[in-house]
Design a protein around this ligand. Structure first.
Ligand code: BES
Ligand code: MN
Ligand code: MN
Length: 470
C-alpha cells in the first residue's frame, strides 16, 4: 500500500519543523545592506530544497531593475507534468522585517524557539514559515506519488517583499511563459480567529514616502539663532498636523474621490464575523481607545478605507542628554494605504501637492516616493476559490470565512493586472502573531495543519481538469 501525502506529512512533522528552523536562523533582512549575503543564502537554501524534492528548472534570478543596483534574487522552479490539470503559481517571500527593538524579544529573533505550542522567530509566520508550508506540502506529494504532483506547479519566491522591491513586478510584467498559470496561491495572510479557516480576498495598496524639510544651511546654536532661524521640525509638525484630522479623516484634497465601497453582501458578511471590539482594543492594541473615521466599523476602517500613518521622524538630536541645536533638516516617513478605486501614482501626486501647500516660510521640502503597490480585490467566483473552501472545510471542520486585510502584498495586484490570474490567499497566521514586531511567532499546530490543508487543496485541484493548463 502506498503512503498518502497526508500521512507522509504527519510522519514528518518533527523533521519539517526542524528544517524550518534552519531557514529562520538566516537573518534575511532585506532592507539592511549588511544582510545582503544572508538574503542570498536564504535564496540559495530554498533553491537547494526545491531541487532536492524534485522541482525542475530551479533558478536564482536577479532582475535588472534598470537602476544600477541589483535587488535580491527571485527563486523560480516548476514541475509541469500533469497534462490537463490546473497550473498553480505558488508565491512566497523569504525576506523579513528588521528585528528591532531587540531588547523586547524574550528569545533572540534568529534563534527559533518553541514555547507553549508556538515557534518564535523573526519570519516565523511572515513569511518564511508560511512559505515553507507550500514547500513541505509539495515535498509530501512528491514523496507519496512516486515523484509526481497532482497538478502543475510553478514556484516564485521573492526577497524584496518587505521593502516594496521592484524585481518581482518587473519580472511579472515582462510575463513570458515562466509564470503562465491558472491562479496564484499565497500563504502570507492570517486567519480571522483561531480555528476559523479564512480566505483573504482583498489587500490594501500603499505608497511609502519621505518628506524632508530643510531650513538653515547647517545646524545652528539654538541660543544664538533661536528666534530668527526657521525650525524644520516645527514646520514638519505643522505639515503632519495638516495631513489627517483627529477624527482620522485624511485632509489631502480629492483623496477619497472614486473610492469603491465594499458591496452590501460583503459588509453583511463582515458584520457576521466573530469580532469583539473591546477584546481587540485590550488584547491586540493595548491603547486607551481606538481611533478612526466615525460611522465605519473597525473592519471597514482597516480593510476598505484608506489610512495615512507616520512611521518615524529621523533627524535632529535624539541621543541621551541635551543638545541645544536648531537642526538644518527634519524628515518624516509617511505612508498611505490605498483601497480599490485609488491609484498609487495619482495618490502620490495629490499627497506631494498637499504637503507643498502646507510649507511655511523659511523652509523647503523634498517629497520622495520610496515604493508603492496597488490595492487588490479578488473575485471569489472561480473554481480555485471553491476548491480552497472545500480543502479548508475538510481539514478544519468548519465553514471558512472570507475577509480582506489591511496589509499589502504588492504582487497580488500585478498577478491580476499583468497575468490576469486570481490569487487564492490561504494563510494560517493568527491575529496575535506579532508580525513586524518583537516576539513574532507561528502556532506550530497551524504550520502542520496548513501543510495538510495545502496537500488536500492540491489533491482536490488534481481531481479536476485544467481550465487553461500549460
Ligand atoms: N504579509 C504581509 C502583509 C499582510 C499582513 C497581509 C497581514 C495580510 C495580513 C506582508 O509581508 C507585508 O508586511 N507587506 C508590507 C508591504 C510593503 C512593505 C510594501 C506591508 O503591508 O506593510
Ligand atoms: Mn508577508
Ligand atoms: Mn511583512
Amino acid at each position: 500500500m502506498t503512503l498518502s501525502a497526508l500521512q507522509f506529512a504527519r510522519d514528518h512533522q518533527a523533521a519539517f519543523l526542524e528544517e524550518l528552523k534552519h531557514l529562520l536562523r538566516i537573518p534575511s533582512v532585506s532592507t539592511r545592506p549588511e544582510h545582503r549575503a544572508d538574503v542570498q543564502e536564504a535564496a540559495a537554501w530554498l533553491a537547494r530544497e526545491l531541487r532536492a524534492m524534485g522541482m525542475e528548472h530551479v533558478e536564482l534570478l536577479e532582475v535588472n531593475t534598470g537602476k544600477g543596483e541589483s535587488g535580491h534574487p527571485l527563486v523560480l522552479a516548476d514541475w509541469l507534468h500533469a497534462p490537463g490539470k490546473p497550473t498553480v503559481l505558488c508565491y512566497g517571500h523569504y525576506d523579513v522585517q528588521p528585528p528591532d527593538p531587540l531588547d523586547e524579544w524574550v528569545t533572540p529573533p534568529f534563534e527559533p524557539t518553541e514555547r507553549e505550542g508556538n515557534l518564535y522567530a523573526r519570519g516565523a509566520v511572515d513569511d518564511k514559515g508560511q512559505m515553507y508550508m507550500h514547500l513541505k506540502a509539495l515535498a509530501s506529494l512528491f514523496a507519496a506519488h512516486g515523484g509526481r504532483l497532482p497538478v502543475n506547479v510553478r514556484v516564485i519566491l521573492e526577497g524584496e517583499e518587505e521593502v516594496g522591491g521592484e524585481s518581482i513586478g518587473i519580472f511579472v510584467q515582462e510575463g513570458g511563459d515562466r509564470l503562465r498559470a491558472d491562479f496564484a496561491l499565497i500563504s502570507d495572510t492570517e486567519m480571522f480567529a483561531p480555528e476559523l479557516p479564512t480566505l483573504c480576498v482583498g489587500l490594501r495598496g500603499m505608497i511609502y514616502t519621505e518628506v524632508e524639510v530643510r531650513g538653515a544651511r547647517t545646524d545652528l546654536h539654538s541660543g544664538m539663532y533661536g528666534g530668527a532661524a526657521p525650525n524644520p521640525f516645527l514646520a514638519l509638525a505643522r505639515i503632519l498636523a495638516g495631513l489627517k484630522d483627529a477624527q482620522g479623516r485624511i485632509l489631502i484634497p480629492g483623496i477619497y474621490d472614486g473610492i469603491e465601497a465594499p458591496t452590501a453582501d460583503e459588509l453583511a458578511a463582515w458584520r457576521r464575523l466573530p469580532f469583539d471590539e473591546a477584546r481587540y482594543l485590550e488584547e491586540e492594541i493595548g491603547a486607551p481607545a481606538l481611533v478612526g473615521e466615525p460611522g465605519y466599523s473597525v473592519m471597514e476602517r482597516t480593510w476598505a478605507r484608506p489610512t495615512l500613518e507616520v512611521h518615524g521622524m529621523p533627524g535632529g538630536f535624539v541621543g541621551a542628554g541635551a543638545k541645544t541645536v536648531i537642526p538644518a533638516r527634519a524628515t518624516a516617513k509617511i505612508s498611505l494605504r490605498l483601497v480599490p478605486g485609488m491609484r498609487a501614482d495619482e495618490v502620490f501626486g495629490k499627497f506631494k501637492q498637499h504637503v507643498e501647500s502646507l510649507l511655511e516660510q523659511g523652509v523647503t521640502a523634498e517629497v520622495r516616493l520610496i515604493h508603492s503597490g496597488e490595492p487588490a480585490v479578488i473575485g471569489t467566483d472561480n473554481p480555485y476559490i471553491r476548491s480552497a473552501v472545500e480543502a479548508l472545510r475538510q481539514v478544519w471542520g468548519t465553514e471558512p470565512v472570507f475577509v480582506r486585510s489591511g496589509g499589502s502584498i504588492p504582487v497580488v495586484g500585478e498577478f491580476a493586472r499583468a497575468l490576469r490570474i486570481p490569487s487564492v490567499m490561504m494563510g494560517f497566521g493568527l491575529p496575535d502573531d506579532n508580525l513586524h514586531a518583537p516576539n513574532e511567532k507561528f502556532a506550530i499546530a497551524n504550520f502542520h495543519r496548513g501543510i495538510e490543508t495545502l496537500i488536500t487543496f492540491f489533491e482536490l485541484l488534481g481531481a479536476r481538469t485544467g481550465e487553461a493548463a500549460g
